[in-house]
Design a protein around this ligand. Sequence first.
Ligand code: SF4
Length: 355
Amino acid sequence: MRVGADTFTTRVDIAVRGVQMDAPVRRPDGAGPSDDGHVLVDGANAALPRNSNSPYQLRDGRIFLGELDTGLSLQLVKRPQFYELVTADGVPYEKIARLHGADVLATTVVQTCIRYAEDQRCRFCTIEESLRSGATIAAKTPAQLAEVAQAAVALDGVRQMVMTTGTTAGPDRGARNLVRCVRAVLAAVPGLPIQVQVEPPRDLSVLTELHDAGATAIGIHVESLDDEVRRRWMPGKGSVPMAEYETAWDEAVRVFGSNRVSTYLLVGLGEDPDELVAGASRLINRGVYPFVVPLRPMAGTLARRDGVGAPPIELVRYVTERVAALLRDAGMIGADQQAGCAACGACGVLSAAGA
Ligand code: SF4
């Protein structure tokens, strides 16, 4: 659903500045770009910072700016029932997969990353912090994922699943393990749309294996198209040549189809905004959905340690509006991916702009 211009400005504003609220479903650490409470804004998934200093307040299911009703409704996502369950071998389901938005089950199948040394890790990532804090376990088995997915669908209305992984040392960079996980989940929950998220595998045949296992969509996340930004923000991952991403995206589009492949582009890493939009346009032409997301550094990231904050609201709005227009013109809508971050939309603002 595309919202009006004023509402869109507010939607961007709350994505960056957050709302004064106490959301029971959160994503406080782990892989990824944000530290948020999970809510529905006007019925759509949204991951918003819980910020006691935000000028926006939640009152009676609506978002207020001072005494002004912004016109946006906000519903907190309830703690799902599957969080109360424990596997036969004693692991709480909550440590195996988590609810994102109102209807997405998300898991990091391998919670360690070969790139996590301080001089190598992505500066916005805390994948191993949630492991250290005891919020999750290092490796989830296919059987555990199948058990949790079955419960989450049956008890909490989950409609799609996202499987990401820390990068491993093999030529598949962790992708082959996801093949087994997808198979196991689909054996337990036939037809559940699943997105897998991987680094470009050196052995591209694994992309066909992931598709043949039943994955609906795939994310191959570059975060920035600017090599200087990549080296600065992602010293380890940024050493993967852009040509490897391009080859992997093209093969993924060939295997999964157009608009079943996506990548993150983070706003706030210092990339020139017009170059970011031009790069997004090239991705769209390849059939790859550029999921534009404002960076909101989480506690535990190197970025937060170094005092990096969220990007200016005007910048987020500028980039999001332009990329959304390109996506709409190309007929690429995130929801059509059926599974994954572009289909969920919560961490960005593209879906509010009709993309
Ligand atoms: S956009 Fe992706 S990371 Fe964000 S809440 Fe949705 S599924 Fe999770």
